[in-house]
Design a protein around this ligand. Structure first.
Ligand code: SAH
Ligand code: SF4
Ligand code: F3S
Length: 489
């Protein structure tokens, strides 16, 4: 029996966690939860019952921050009546706001930046033992030498515990932290620190361990994942060099990577995606705008012509590849003409999907210093809706092309509808037929009638209906040949 299991049983502690933000935050939350579970914590979905309440936060838009502050507001009373409960704010907003979190929510006990996550279990214990309020953040981008700043942003990649992953079949694997692109609108380089590639042997070891635990799909994570580089003596290891050894791991069936930076989408990388069947023919490469004037102001480092060339390169190298994008509408000084150039680009590129955001000024960025946030909110909203409508039409048309086609689906579990209805349909439970969901190799969502045991399998599904965001299908069971029939005669 492990030495701590007695204390574990003696003191079950409960943890409530809320996560907002990107996949990097999802992964951070997963790993922090796992590290706290090792300290005897169990998860609860009711913060009233929790001993520790954690918020993993995002600073990319003001709205994401306000949501957290308003959630924190709801805890004021609880903390007054239960001062022993620990309230912690971690992640990007913790790094950006630091002491401001305590000013706005004085009953918060702990503020931890994304570069200090490994400290969380100890810090919580110290607070529980009467150590008082704590803050642990990394250095700012101007607070020391590059090496010092890098060291202060530590990647948190402890060994993965199969019991504690949200899905047994899929896992995020971090390959890079931070960002050095400094797009003028973006807070990420300030809160996540300098770009640092994780050593290739660590990445491969983690992927192998995940495969040994039954994981089928890994998603490699980095803010600009295709800019990944790691200096190994004389040689520089790039993303394409990682893909080959990862592809060799038995058990891993699918490999994806997000998010890509257009300028670093090299021909060599595309060749690897083409040549390695386990690597999904799916690329998320945000364009942000279709106007060169805006791209220049955003300091994206490419022109719309470069982006079009890249799209052409993708189409020629990996025919049928799905590409998705992000756009910001209403960035400083965006005219109707600039916006129409974005509309034109979306019309041409026929993205699998696009995430469209209204520009939100972020204090601490170059954009906030250099340009006034001068596009009225109603104009931002109108442009957002117009682009969204166009993208939805494209999604519908592109999905329709799958009608009658057969796709390979990695089954993830019950569909959203089935999860919501589960309690109400006992006959479904009895018959075992239930709506399941999964994704194609090119990342399209598929819903089909199946059963729970199919979760974690890769199945052929014939598509009979489509909407903008979903393909509906039936699992294909191959025909039984005449020789089998003859056995029965
Ligand atoms: N590293 C990724 C994602 C960054 S954040 C990348 O470089 O693509 C995800 C998306 O949020 C961005 O692609 C951008 O479209 C959007 N975004 C970033 N800062 C924003 C801001 N200040 N206002 C509105 N949207 C923003
Ligand atoms: Fe932000 Fe640009 Fe870095 Fe993406 S590449 S994280 S948008 S600074
Ligand atoms: Fe948000 Fe931080 Fe991700 S600011 S988008 S959670 S890197």
């Amino acid at each position: 029996m492990p030495p701590d299991s007695e204390t574990k049983n003696a003191m079950p502690k409960r943890l409530y966690i809320e996560t907002v933000g990107c996949q990097m935050n999802m992964l951070d939350s997963e790993l922090v939860v796992a590290s706290l579970r090792q300290q005897g914590y169990e998860l609860t979905s009711d913060f009233n019952l929790a001993d520790t309440i954690l918020f993993n936060t995002c600073s990319v838009r003001e709205h994401a921050e306000e949501k957290v502050y308003s959630q924190l507001g709801r805890l004021r009373r609880l903390k007054e009546s239960h001062p022993e409960k620990v309230i912690a704010v971690m992640g990007c907003m913790a790094q950006k706001d630091q002491k401001i979190v305590f000013d706005r929510a004085p009953y918060v006990d702990l503020v931890v930046g994304p570069g200090q996550l490994h400290r969380i279990p100890d810090l919580i214990s110290e607070i529980q033992n009467g150590g008082g309020r704590k803050m642990e953040v990394s250095m700012g981008r101007r607070d020391g030498s590059v090496e010092q700043i890098k060291r202060s942003h530590e990647s948190f990649d402890p060994l993965r515990d199969p019991e504690m992953r949200p899905s047994p079949y899929q896992a995020y694997v971090r390959i890079q932290i931070g960002c050095d692109k400094f797009c003028t609108y973006c807070i990420v380089p300030m809160v996540r620190g300098p770009e640092q590639g994780r050593p290739p042997q660590d990445i491969i070891r983690e992927a192998q361990a995940l495969a040994d635990q039954g994981c089928l799909e890994i998603v490699l994570l980095g803010q600009t994942v295709n800019s990944y580089r790691y200096q190994d003596g004389e040689t520089t290891v790039r993303l394409r060099d990682l893909l080959y050894p990862l592809h060799d791991i038995d058990g891993i069936k699918r490999i994806k990577f997000v998010t890509n930076y257009p300028k670093d989408m090299t021909y060599e990388l595309l060749e690897a995606v083409r040549d390695l069947p386990k690597v999904s023919p799916y690329l998320h490469v945000p364009a942000q705008s279709g106007s060169n004037r805006m791209l220049e102001r955003m300091k994206r480092g490419y022109t719309v012509e470069d982006y079009r060339d890249m799209m052409q390169r993708i189409a020629e190298t990996i025919p049928g590849a799905a590409v998705s994008s992000d756009f910001i509408v209403g960035f400083c000084g965006e005219t109707e003409e600039d916006f129409q150039q974005t509309v034109q680009l979306v019309e041409e590129c026929r993205f699998k999907n696009s995430f469209i955001f209204k520009y939100s000024e972020r204090p601490g960025t170059r954009g906030a210093e250099l340009y006034p946030d001068d596009i009225p909110l109603d104009v931002k909203k109108r442009r957002n809706n117009e682009l969204l409508e166009l993208q939805n039409r494209i999604c519908e048309e592109e999905n329709e092309k799958f009608l009658g086609e057969r796709v390979e689906v990695l089954v993830e579990g019950l569909s959203k509808q089935a999860v919501n209805q589960e309690a109400e349909t006992p006959e479904e439970l009895r018959s075992n037929i239930v709506q399941m969901t999964g994704r194609t190799h090119c990342d399209r969502i598929v819903v089909f009638e199946g059963n729970r045991r199919q979760a974690g399998q890769i199945l052929p599904v014939a598509i009979y209906d489509t909407t903008a965001h979903t393909l509906f299908g039936t699992v294909v069971t191959d025909c039984v040949g005449p020789e089998v029939y003859s056995l029965n005669l």
